[in-house]
Design a protein around this ligand. Structure first.
Ligand code: ASP
Length: 326
């Protein structure tokens, strides 16, 4: 009897294996959904839509982008961690994937074990920007205004663990002044309020700020990279302006739920590499102040190692700052 059960289990396991492999060979047979864990119209959304459109051409399948914003990106990430591991639900997240374990005490997933890394996508500089009529002509005036009016200056961000939150945290600690923080589900809606003058200040990615900076709808006081950004050559680095060593940029990466079959991951890696080679994606990225990562970085192993190193790097910084969410 035991032998029969054992044989039946073996047959069932074999069947499962065959059906998974068969399924992987047909992949993708239906629409793929990429979850962006922030609101529509923001920087992660912009990067994802460009890449998803190009991946759809390569995969010969529809790829839709779904915005699941809130809690600094952790709601959308949780959705993907619990999704079926079949390659039809993916996550495009940023540096927040590495900061969440230290920031959120009750994270309902493990960033290192609940996802199948696919590859890095891009690294985006940030900019310190204000509403158009903010009363400061340059960075020095910005600093003195902010220091004198700290309790009145509002700082928009995309929630705890978002890139705009991290940059703001670094900025406030560099100038030793706490501002009034206003959280949103993404810097898309935060930008609308900055444009409307409802908030004063933001540190956001060039993929969201380049357009309104160029059209004069917001003011820029610095970029957060080591050297100037080619698409905004006149804008000084914050380091140059008097905050030495102030550097932060936002890496983005693509993930699938843990257990997604290897052939499916390989197909996605190929499609992602093709998307990042796509001249349309490259030229739009360049206009927005970013560029695709080097092709060697578009690999599951590189992303796995990099994510671990980022989790290890940010953990102590965040614990030292004493910032937590429940
Ligand atoms: N990536 C977020 C967004 O797309 C912004 C952020 O992390 O600051 O809204």
């Amino acid at each position: 009897m035991d032998m029969i059960r054992y044989m039946a289990a073996l047959v069932a396991a074999g069947f499962l294996l065959v059906s998974t492999v068969g399924h992987a060979q047909d992949y993708p047979a239906r629409t793929i959904s990429v979850i962006v864990p922030f609101a529509a119209g923001g920087p992660t959304d912009t990067v994802t839509r460009l890449v998803a459109q190009s991946m759809a051409r390569s995969l010969k399948q529809t790829v839709i982008v779904e915005n699941v914003g809130g809690a600094g990106g952790t709601l959308g990430a949780a959705r993907v961690a619990k999704a079926a591991a079949d390659g039809y639900t993916l996550l495009l997240h940023h540096i927040g994937q590495a900061t969440a374990p230290a920031l959120y005490r009750k994270l309902p997933y493990d960033v290192l074990t609940d996802f199948e890394p696919i590859g890095l996508v891009t690294e985006v500089p940030m900019t310190l920007v204000t509403r158009k009529d903010f009363p400061a002509r340059d960075f020095q005036e910005l600093l003195s205004h902010v220091r004198r009016n700290a309790q009145k200056v509002s700082y928009g961000n995309a929630g705890l663990g978002s890139a705009s939150h991290l940059c703001g945290m670094l900025f406030m600690s560099a100038i030793q002044t706490d501002l009034v923080t206003v959280p949103y589900k993404g810097t898309g809606p935060a930008m609308n309020d900055l444009l409307g003058g409802q908030i004063d200040l933001m540190c956001d990615q060039t993929t969201n700020t380049t357009g309104p900076i160029r059209s004069g709808k917001i003011k820029v006081y610095g970029v957060t990279t080591h050297s100037r950004v080619p698409s905004l050559p006149e804008v000084r680095t914050l380091s140059e302006s008097g905050l030495p060593g102030f550097e932060v940029s936002v890496w983005h990466a693509l993930y699938a739920p843990k257990g997604t079959p290897r052939p499916v991951i390989d197909r996605l890696v190929t499609a992602l590499r093709e998307a990042l080679r796509d001249p349309l994606v490259k030229s739009r990225f360049a206009e927005l102040g970013t560029e695709p990562v080097a092709e060697a970085k578009v690999s599951p192993d590189t992303l796995r190692t990099f994510l671990k190193s980022e989790v290890d790097r940010w953990g102590p910084i965040i614990r030292k700052a004493g910032v937590y969410a429940d």
